[in-house]
Design a protein around this ligand. Structure first.
Ligand code: NAP
Length: 489
């Protein structure tokens, strides 16, 4: 590792890899990607639970610079996505820029030298720019449950799957009914002896209608790039239309709920069970899930739907109705620590405060989801209010990367103005205020403890890309660096 790099990127998932490729294309070649895991992939190397797949169409879940005509299915599985990222790294000769098994341990802004002092698990160096590409859904969240320390069985989180633990013939408790749970439950139910699913809030579920991509279509996409671009554009636009069902009540939301209820009736003949899995909040308030095999799995003889988890003891779990279940293993499908983004606790800005402290004090305020006042030359990919309920976050981070490249190429020091940031966040809050996410009668991981929606972008991906098309340097306090010839030759 050299003593100084121009750009340090943390995280080798979709965003980090995309940032590196696009920076290089813009002429910024002096960069490093730090990756704490032993390989690239980000969320797609960390989440390896059985059944793990993407619930966004593969056509949109690829990098614009690396279209992939060979996706085997409409919704690719975890392994295929991870392999895709490996292939992208190879295709763009990026491996030499990626430091695997290297964890960022601190990043401190030095306001006299105008650099980030970076410490990692393997050494130290300085960087002009720091890009966080760690994603928001990274650190597993396990709820604190009375008696959990007494449990003598095995435990694992969906995002840290223990492949050495054999589930065959075991009694299993799965906690949670979110996006991960509805994939893992049907995948493991046929293998285990008994599965008890602890449901606190039932999700809205639409048909997934996954299918294999026919060979002839793959050939067509590979040989006529225009078809590939059209397919992507149509998918993107149709997904973007769905944002209306979140932001406006009426036809779109009602249609979605009708389809979901029909799906439920068709897949859950048992009326009592159907009642228990019917949501009582508006569709879209929590993430809408896609599945064709979750409801049938609930109907299996070896699967029991229980109320939310209330306690644990040495031999098992107790649900909120007071029913005890003896189990060999508890699987936490309880999501991620969204409110404490990874690396935020080790990044210190101009005043010496950590990013965690600043985000906590401002309810996750970030300008355009990318910059935080007091943290010069730090750019956060998939930062606050860049998440989506309807489309691919890859599109969002690509738009962010376009935005920050202009800043980085200029070589200057940018610290977003605090008032500009405040005004921006107020505009976001106003746009979100009438949306189903805020008014739909649920509490979701999109919101903080005060109910502020810290996660979602309230519009279409195209609107975000439009906003991010040009870097608005006037929104920032800008300082020049002496050496302004920044683009590497
Ligand atoms: P999640 O959506 O946050 O779901 C967590 C689940 O745990 C919820 O059902 C929650 O119930 C439940 N829970 C928490 N504490 C509980 C308790 N004490 N008792 C019972 N249930 C409890 O987490 P996730 O499923 O891991 O998904 C998180 C996000 O990751 C998704 O929304 C999605 O953006 C992403 N993801 C994407 C894919 C994909 O296909 N691309 C796959 C997996 C995940 P409440 O609803 O009552 O809070």
């Amino acid at each position: 590792m050299s003593d100084h790099v121009r750009v340090c990127i943390v995280g080798a998932g979709f965003s980090g890899i995309s940032a590196a490729i696009n920076l290089r294309r813009a002429g910024v070649t002096d960069l490093v990607i730090l990756e704490r895991a032993g390989c690239v992939g980000g969320a797609w190397q960390a989440n390896t639970y059985p059944g793990c797949a993407c619930d966004v169409q593969s056509r949109l879940y690829e990098l614009q610079v690396a279209p992939w005509p060979e996706w085997s299915r409409k919704f690719a599985g975890q392994r295929e996505i991870r392999d895709y990222l490996d292939r992208v790294v190879e295709m763009f000769g990026l491996a030499s820029s990626i430091q695997v098994n290297t964890e960022l341990t601190s990043a401190i802004w030095d306001d006299s030298a105008l650099v980030w002092n970076i410490s990692t698990s393997v050494g130290t160096f300085t960087a002009d720019y720091l890009i966080s590409a760690c994603g928001g859904l990274t650190e597993p969240l396990t709820p604190l449950v009375p008696g959990m320390a007494d449990f003598t069985g095995a435990v694992m989180h969906t995002a840290r799957w223990d492949h050495d633990f054999d589930l065959d013939g075991k009694r299993v408790a799965v906690v949670g009914t979110g996006a991960s749970s509805i994939q893992v439950v049907p995948a493991i139910a046929p293998v285990v002896d008994q599965l008890v699913l602890l449901q606190r809030t039932p999700p809205w579920i639409l048909p997934r209608r996954d299918r294999a991509v026919p060979h002839w279509y793959k050939r067509l996409l590979a040989s006529v790039p225009l078809v590939q671009q059209c397919a992507r554009s149509i998918t993107m636009r149709s997904r973007d239309l769905q944002v209306l069902s979140f932001t406006k009540q009426g036809f779109w939301r009602a249609t979605g709920e009708r389809i979901a209820r029909r799906h439920l009736r068709a897949q859950v003949p048992d009326e009592k069970l159907r009642r228990r899995v019917t949501p009582t909040y508006d569709m879209g308030c929590k993430r809408i899930l896609l599945s064709d095999d979750y409801y049938p799995a609930l109907g299996r003889d070896n699967v029991t739907l229980a109320a939310g988890l209330s306690r644990m003891n040495a031999t098992g779990v107790t649900d909120a109705d007071g029913v005890d279940y003896i189990v060999d293993v508890v699987i936490w499908a309880t999501g991620f620590k969204v409110l404490d983004p990874p690396i935020a606790s080790v990044v210190r800005g101009i005043n010496g405060d950590t990013l965690t402290e600043v985000l906590a004090a401002t309810e996750m305020a970030a300008y355009r989801g990318t910059a935080v006042s007091g943290f010069p030359n730090l750019f956060i990919l998939q930062g606050p209010n860049t998440g989506l309920g309807h489309s691919s976050v890859v599109l969002m981070s690509e738009a962010q990367i376009d935005y920050i490249i202009s800043a980085i190429v200029s070589g200057a020091i940018y610290d977003v103005d605090q008032q500009v940031q405040r005004d921006y966040v107020q505009r976001i809050d106003r746009s979100l205020s009438g949306s189903v996410w805020q008014t739909g009668g649920c509490h979701s991981w999109y919101q903080d403890d005060h109910g502020r929606n810290v996660a979602l972008w309230p519009g279409s991906t195209r609107a975000f890309a439009e906003m991010m098309k040009t870097f608005d340097s006037t929104s920032y306090h800008v300082r020049a660096r002496q050496d302004m010839s920044y683009v590497d030759s």
